[in-house]
Design a protein around this ligand. Structure first.
Ligand code: AKG
Ligand code: FE2
Length: 323
């Protein structure tokens, strides 16, 4: 039997009156987090017309001339917008990206943002901004409900909704990023990767995959497994902060994206991330059992961002906080 990342029907997470169905789904999510750190979700409640519209407009943007894309280019002073020179583990990825983010309460450059938040920049494409903002909102809802489900699997004896609101997103501050990824055809895929092996730094990722091309892979026991596109699904993976909250029960899975010779690929991840001030530490375990030191999310993110833009040695990893 070929091992594969499981598919979970999450309709019961929304229909909150059926407690036993809901706890079955939560159990499946916990098993998937333990075995893979990855799972597909179906019946997720996100408007599929909106998904299609965001995909179409995203692809349209990347097919525009570079001069147009550079008008909304990211810089050392603004982390939102277009880039075609991102680094993973200090190597240039064979891809282009466009990032946008929820506005911070109190203005997009709130003092707490540590200089890494930036302002959204929008290309002059009809309906682009409106569609992407709607997409972002639907991702916020889905990602937070999955976050709550993953926290419940930890049986940490706390009110997960309250923890999310008061400890992770105080004042609704959220540092999540929505990213349009475009992987152009590559003349020599053996020499390049779309994205090199990495784990995602934040809480969890909700990924929409291009429905045509299979390039995403997750590492398990030293071997890479394909995560092929599945129609009308999202791919979920947990990130480094979830690893620390779970005291290492779950690992932020290492994954990569292959480069392709014959076709372009488009994907649209949403990285759910807490407020800058959030302190992440193992939940529901005694002090002496904690395997991770406290992590200040804002500092962690700043350090990771710096590594995205310039070759500054080894990137910050959650393993640096292991005790
Ligand atoms: O494009 C994909 O399928 C995944 C991209 C990814 O891993 C990332 O942007 O962190
Ligand atoms: Fe990733």
């Amino acid at each position: 039997m070929v091992l594969s990342v499981p598919t979970i029907d999450i309709s019961a997470l929304r229909a909150s009156n059926d407690v036993s169905e809901k706890s079955k789904v939560i159990q499946q999510i916990g098993d998937a987090c333990e075995q893979w750190g990855f799972f597909y979700v179906v019946n997720h409640g996100v408007d599929l017309d909106l998904v299609e519209k965001a995909t179409t407009l995203g692809k349209l943007f990347f097919h525009m001339p570079k001069e147009i894309k550079d008008k909304v280019a990211r810089s050392e002073n603004n982390f939102q917008g277009f880039s075609d020179s991102e680094l993973t583990k200090q190597k240039v990825d064979w891809k282009q990206v466009f990032d946008f983010t929820p506005e911070l309460p109190g203005g997009s450059l709130a003092e707490s943002s540590m200089g890494v938040h930036g302002r959204n920049q929008w290309p002059d494409i009809p309906e682009f901004q409106d569609t992407m903002e709607k997409y972002l909102k639907s991702m916020q809802i889905l990602a937070k409900s999955l976050f709550c489900a993953v926290l419940e699997t930890l049986n940490a004896g706390m009110d997960c909704k309250n923890f999310i609101e008061s400890s992770c997103f105080p004042g609704n501050e959220e540092t999540s990023v929505c990213r349009l990824n475009f992987y152009p055809k590559c003349p020599d895929p053996a020499l390049h990767l779309g994205v090199g092996p990495h784990s995602d730094p934040a809480i969890l990722t909700v990924l929409l995959q291009d429905s045509a091309v299979c390039s995403l892979q997750v590492q398990r026991d030293g071997k890479f497994y394909d995560i092929p596109p599945v129609k009308d699904s999202f791919v979920i993976n947990i990130g480094d902060m979830m690893q620390a909250w779970s005291n290492g029960k779950y690992r932020g899975p290492v994954h990569q994206v292959l480069a392709n010779h014959d076709s372009d690929r488009f994907s649209l991840p949403y990285f759910l991330a807490p407020a800058y001030s959030c302190i992440v530490e193992p939940l529901g375990v005694k002090e002496e059992e904690k395997k991770y030191k406290k992590i200040h999310w804002g500092h962690f993110r700043k350090a990771r961002y710096e590594g995205d833009f310039a070759d500054r040695g080894e990137e910050i990893q959650v393993s640096h906080f292991e005790m």
